[in-house]
Design a protein around this ligand. Structure first.
Ligand SMILES: NC(=O)c1ccc[n+]([C@@H]2O[C@H](COP(=O)([O-])OP(=O)(O)OC[C@H]3O[C@@H](n4cnc5c(N)ncnc54)[C@H](O)[C@@H]3O)[C@@H](O)[C@H]2O)c1
Length: 335
């Protein structure tokens, strides 16, 4: 790519870029950044939602991050990049590992390379707790071994490794956030695998809630999307380059406790239909968030509060979740 292409007109310049700003978490992050008075460039293959596109100071650069030239053009004139774009579906990664790797591995390499070339001052990468694999310690610190069991985990981890290597080799100022299970308004029921919105959708349709795995032994750390945005902004402002940080609530919630909370939020007890033939993900998964707390993060949205507002947002009879489970049925009983 010729260097002249990197020059932009003054009207193009902006403060920060959010890759994946047309997606679920990215849309909330763009809104949070504009609330702080930032001008934001959404870098995404897809159009942002009308609500996000209509925010003051928001522009969109349609980009396929698998293409390095496009990536370089899209990230010009920004001093901070939040990299959220990619495949976020474990199920899709099992169905099409190559697609998953191109989005998360190659796409992330391109973003890191472009940030280094352009002299971006801060890069925040939204990775996932999926990189840890099956928990061997509780709660999980950032020192936990990384042994991903899904292609999605491997592709996110390869993105992390690439950015970390660019930090070592080129001083790329990158902070890596490993998010636990995010929930909040705007998740796509066709792809979102998180239990909070799935449980609520079944309940709001007055149907029993299907639960994969052991309802008591399977626990998760659910973190509201607004808290995730707060965490990402804290990383950009105060994170230490080259470091990893867990992003979660630090609260352990079993599937049974979640169903009870869904019942309370909707004013009607929830009925559970447990499918114990797949126990592969029936483990305790909770973040130790002390490292992020040390730089100023405080989770603010309690689960009961987040559930109540999400139930209001979804309204009666929302679209049902249609995502299939990524785990193998024959794994039942394997511990
Ligand atoms: N949602 C969660 O629970 C969760 C948990 C941990 C980590 N994460 C990570 O957070 C990030 C955002 O997740 P989400 O739930 O908002 O996902 P999402 O699917 O809603 O959004 C992803 C966005 O990335 C864009 N994108 C994908 N490939 C692209 C490419 N090649 N070029 C340009 N744009 C591309 C998509 O168009 C989409 O707008 C992902 O990186 C995901 O791995 C999500």
């Amino acid at each position: 790519m010729g260097s002249t292409l990197l020059h932009s007109s003054p009207s193009d310049d902006a403060d920060v870029a959010v890759t994946g700003g047309s997606g679920f978490v990215g849309g909330h992050l763009v809104a949070a950044l504009t609330d702080l008075g930032k001008r934001v460039v959404v870098v995404d293959l897809a159009d942002p939602s009308p609500a996000v596109a209509g925010l003051p100071g928001v522009t969109h650069r349609r980009t396929d991050l698998r293409d390095y030239g496009e990536t370089l053009l899209a990230l010009r004139d920004v001093h901070t990049v939040y990299h959220l774009a990619g495949n976020a579906s474990g199920t899709r990664s099992v169905e099409n590992p190559r697609f998953d790797f191109q989005m998360n591995g190659l796409g992330t390499c391109n973003v890191g390379n472009a940030c280094a070339e352009l002299g971006v001052r801060r890069l925040v990468f939204m990775s996932s707790a999926i990189v840890y694999g099956t928990p061997q310690a509780f709660p999980m610190t950032e020192e936990h071994p990384t042994r991903p069991f899904l292609p999605y985990g491997a592709s996110k981890y390869s993105g992390e490794l690439t950015l970390r290597a660019l930090y070592e080799a080129l001083d790329l100022p990158v902070m890596i956030g490993r998010s636990f299970v995010v929930y909040g308004p705007g998740e796509d029921p066709r792809t979102a695998g998180g239990e909070v919105s799935q449980f609520l959708r079944w309940q709001l349709n007055e149907l029993p809630i299907p639960v994969v795995g052991d309802i008591d032994r399977k626990t998760r750390d659910f973190v509201h999307v607004q808290d995730v945005c707060q965490a990402l902004i804290t990383l950009a402002e105060s994170g230490k380059p080259g470091e990893h940080y867990n992003i979660g609530s630090g609260e352990e919630v079993s599937m049974r406790a979640l169903a009870d909370a869904v019942g309370t939020a909707t004013g009607r007890p929830a009925r559970l239909e447990a499918d114990a033939s797949m126990l592969e993900d029936s483990f305790r998964l909770v973040a130790d968030i002390s490292k992020l707390r040390d730089i100023g993060y405080r989770p603010r949205v309690a689960l009961d509060q987040g559930l109540k507002s999400l139930a209001e947002e979804l309204g009666p009879f929302p679209e049902l979740p249609s995502v299939t489970v990524a785990f193998r049925r024959e794994a039942a009983g394997r511990e």
